[in-house]
Unconditional design. Structure first.
Length: 252
């Protein structure tokens, strides 16, 4: 592996680590040499086992990120275990589907809380630690195709992911001078739990696949390379950018 992509000695905090993209990103960073702090509202034994098989250390933290209350404790536990933090991946998120004309306040607030509010305040706490360490650091937000498009029946999700792309730019503007790179990955249509209803709908799934030049749903491993790039020194001059990992969806 090129030294510029080597994450040996780095500590990466990944939210939503138990399955799907969060697990895939965690494994990709571990393969590149990072120790992993995995946060989820459930235990993540499968992620832990896979990371340990790679010879990396794993600290699992169980926390409900619908509220910002656990955030300081997450940073503290990370520092108690490893002494520093170098990479943050804001992956945890939820989606609620309901016609906009009927959309409830609960479905609005729940999605915005975890997809946007927690992303901002965990980034803030992590950036403060990077500045305290005087090491710089990496923050990778997980955006979406709906950072670029409107979607259907997911107004709070679209709002949150459009905002994620916006705050990625805003935070990069302020923190680049401190050696902190803030960027985002926008996954396309991935075979994860969030898209299970779409994949179960034969007609909708066929329409989606027909538009994707790659001709398939994305997999968690498809985001590993971009995540390692943005987490490594190879991306030291990349600031405020959102990389689409979409099989060519946006190119159509």
């Amino acid at each position: 592996m090129s030294l510029s992509f080597d994450l040996s000695g780095k500590v990466a905090l990944v939210t939503g680590c138990s399955t799907g993209l969060g697990q895939g990103i965690s494994l990709g960073l571990a393969e590149a040499g990072a120790e992993i702090v995995g946060v989820d509202y459930v235990d993540a034994p499968e992620t832990e086992q896979k990371i340990q098989r790679l010879g990396r250390k794993f600290l699992g933290i169980k926390a409900n990120l619908m509220s910002i209350d656990p955030l300081e404790g997450i940073i503290q536990q990370t520092l108690e275990k490893f002494g520093h933090i170098d990479i943050l991946v804001n992956n945890a998120g939820i989606i609620r589907r309901q016609d906009a004309i009927e959309f409830s306040e609960e479905n609005w607030d729940d999605v915005l809380n975890i997809n946007l509010k927690t992303v901002f305040f965990l980034s803030q706490l992590t950036a403060r630690q990077y500045i305290k360490q005087k090491t710089g650091g990496k923050i990778i937000n997980v955006a979406s195709m709906l950072s670029f498009q409107g979607g259907i029946r997911v107004p709070s999700y679209t709002a949150s992911k459009s905002a994620v792309m916006g705050i990625t730019r805003a935070l990069a503007n302020e923190w680049a001078r401190d050696g902190i790179n803030v960027n985002a990955i926008a996954p396309g249509y991935m075979a994860t739990s969030n898209t299970a209803p779409l994949r179960a709908d034969t007609e909708r799934s066929a329409a989606i696949l027909d538009r994707i030049p790659a001709g398939r749903w994305g997999l968690p491993e498809d985001v590993q390379g971009p995540a390692v790039f943005l987490a490594s020194s190879a991306s030291d001059y990349v600031n405020g950018y959102t990389i689409a990992v979409d099989g060519g969806w946006l190119a159509r």
